[in-house]
Design a protein around this ligand. Structure first.
Ligand code: FES
Length: 254
């Protein structure tokens, strides 16, 4: 989100980001990371384009690699929220598949593809799916839902996802009449997730965490906040000069 300036219209600063917690298993070690994917303006009203860098996912750099990424923490078998994780599977010759992990039998979250077992396995009743999402065994009747995915042949995957963009709206507000301005970030925050605010001065800088408040005049001393399936307003100090603010998910145990 580019910094708004005083007097500029509020709606000008709406920007879409996809907030993801990423999980994969690499050489038998679990790996968790926070992923912030900037969304291009949707082609259709309910779709967003997510871009991932392969270099962020060691498991996807080789054939038969697989990751499971999600906007929500997982219980043993189901997401702790509305949204199921997405499986990204790499087959041979640069062919990738993006699949909804919701098992078509009774809705448990299917595990990432395993080269050893040759399948994405559902932990609940053992349904098995091929690397492209076809059902190969078990009580499920249907394949996993597939999303359009493109690979640029170098380092970028583009995935078209429905209903996932998070809209963040920014506006400048005064802490008290005549006092300093703060930047208000407003977005829909889901239950079971915790959110942080990050900033970078240019697109080549690393993101860094910033402290925020929950009211315009409170001290800027919060580093995360929990969602409650409702809109959240966070307040940060506008940085001097240009820069970009974004909201990311704080990783919860999965
Ligand atoms: S929910 Fe997946 S096999 Fe039953």
């Amino acid at each position: 989100m580019r910094l708004p300036r005083p007097g500029e219209p509020r709606r000008q600063f709406v920007k879409r980001f996809l907030l993801l917690a990423a999980y994969s298993r690499v050489l038998t070690a679990d790996w968790n990371g926070t992923l912030l994917a900037e969304i291009k303006p949707p082609k259709r009203p309910t779709f967003g384009m997510m871009r991932l860098r392969l270099s962020d996912f060691p498991a996807l750099q080789n054939d038969f690699g697989s990751v499971r990424i999600g906007t929500s923490a997982l219980t043993a078998n189901n997401p702790l929220g509305l949204l199921y994780p997405i499986l990204i599977n790499r087959a041979t010759q640069g062919q990738f598949y993006a699949l909804l992990s919701e098992c078509t039998h009774a809705g448990c979250a299917v595990r990432p593809y395993s080269k050893e077992s040759g399948a994405c396995v559902c932990p609940c009743h053992g349904s098995r799916y091929a690397i492209d999402g076809r059902r190969t065994a078990g009580p499920a009747f249907f394949p996993l839902l597939q999303y359009p995915i493109q690979f640029d042949g170098i380092n970028t995957l583009s995935i078209e996802l429905p209903d996932l963009p998070h809209e963040i709206e920014g506006s400048l507000v005064r802490t008290l009449p005549g006092a300093e301005f703060r930047l208000q970030l407003r977005f829909l925050a889901f239950a079971h997730l915790e959110y942080e605010v990050v900033f970078r001065a240019s697109k080549t800088d690393d993101w860094r965490n910033v402290q925020f408040s929950l009211t315009p005049e409170a001290p800027l001393n919060r580093s995360f906040v929990s969602g409650a399936d409702d809109y959240l307003n966070l307040y940060v100090e506008p940085a001097a000069g240009l820069g970009f603010f974004a909201v990311t998910i704080r990783i919860l145990p999965v």
